[in-house]
Design a binder for this molecule. Structure first.
Ligand code: X1X
Length: 329
């Protein structure tokens, strides 16, 4: 299969049209998850909508699922180089080393609730970050999926702040994640997502923090059967297209890509909210996972202990104005 990037490299379009027919442009999407995961459903919706919103070309998406092209950090590298992957949903933490400003988009405790997250995304507060991503990494944000909460997953029950003390957990690579978990008394280490299961199994760590759907799909419940609803973050998962792929399309098709990306992201967020809960309920029902509440008082203590670290990071990284703008909206 040729990706759009392959067209850019001068390869023959094997699907070249006969006179009057639409040209077929193929793009490669990648995901660590299966065909029902919300990220994949976002790609399906994108393919449907992008062909509805323009009639110059037919865009065909090839779905490279279940880590067949690696994990999100790999997709970012590939897209940035204009190779192998043209379309992918990534956690911002995966690209923060190349584009530090993006880490704020997904910072723990950033959003007050789901509605606040959506108000921020509907504003133009992330516009400068979107431009930064194109400039520094050669990838373009065309929409936002995500929208689920991340909570603590562990191999022993965690029901309050006291249980969290000394908890050895995996965190994502952007430094703010380790800073926050350190501040609340846990012991964070950065580990690649696809190595987390065995790191818990071998006792290197006792758990992680993740969305409900990731908990189910990565089968973390087999090694860490406790899911604590402390909900320390609400996710933003940008849908990226490589700039090399994007630039292969005419302005009309590019406009359709942006519109389809935005709507597909919103659709994916809705799917994630519903599906995550369904999957967690199934695990609980079959006795494979235990869900623990985390009281408002414990949430407040978590926040109180994490906030100085967050604010220090925001100030040092030069995000104070943006952070205040987000909190004010
Ligand atoms: O924690 C991770 O690395 C992963 O967690 C979930 O599966 C997703 O949010 C995914 O984007 C990735 O970041």
């Amino acid at each position: 299969l040729l990706s759009v990037s392959a067209f850019a490299n001068g390869q023959q379009d094997s699907a070249a049209p006969a006179n009057g027919e639409k040209k077929v442009m193929k793009i490669n999407a990648a995901s660590m998850f299966d065909e029902v995961h919300p990220f994949t459903q976002t790609y399906y919706k994108f393919e449907e909508l992008v062909n509805k919103y323009q009639d110059e070309v037919t865009i065909e998406v090839k779905y490279n699922l279940n880590k067949s092209l690696g994990i999100e950090t790999d997709y970012f590298r590939f897209m940035s180089q204009g190779e192998s992957v043209d379309l992918a949903i990534l956690a911002p933490a995966n690209i923060a080393t190349r584009v530090p400003s993006i880490a704020i988009v997904d910072m723990p405790l950033l959003f007050k609730d789901y509605a606040h997250r959506n108000r921020v995304l509907a504003s133009d507060l992330f516009k400068a970050i979107e431009e930064d991503v194109v400039k520094k990494a050669n990838v373009r944000i065309i929409g936002y999926a995500g929208g689920a909460s991340r909570s603590i997953i562990s191999n022993y029950p965690i029901t309050n702040m006291e249980d969290l003390q000394g908890f050895k957990l995996r965190v994502q690579g952007a430094p703010i994640w380790a800073k926050v978990f350190d501040a609340v008394g846990a012991v964070p280490s950065v580990i690649a997502y696809d190595e987390v299961y065995s790191a818990i199994q071998t006792g290197v760590i006792q758990g992680l923090e993740n969305e409900k759907i990731g908990y189910a799909q990565m089968r973390f419940f087999e090694v860490a059967p406790h899911y604590t609803l402390n909900e320390h973050s609400i996710t933003v998962r940008p849908l990226f297209m490589s700039e090399k792929a994007y630039n292969k399309f005419s302005p009309t098709v590019q406009a359709a890509i942006m519109k389809a990306g935005k709507e597909a992201g919103e659709f994916g967020a809705q799917v994630e909210l519903e599906l995550g809960q369904i999957e967690l309920d199934k695990l609980v029902k079959s006795g494979l996972a235990n869900v623990h509440p985390f009281s408002d008082a414990d949430k407040a203590e978590f926040k109180a202990r994490a906030t100085p670290a967050l604010l220090k990071y925001v100030e040092e990284a030069g995000f104070t104005e943006l952070y205040n703008g987000i909190q004010a909206i």
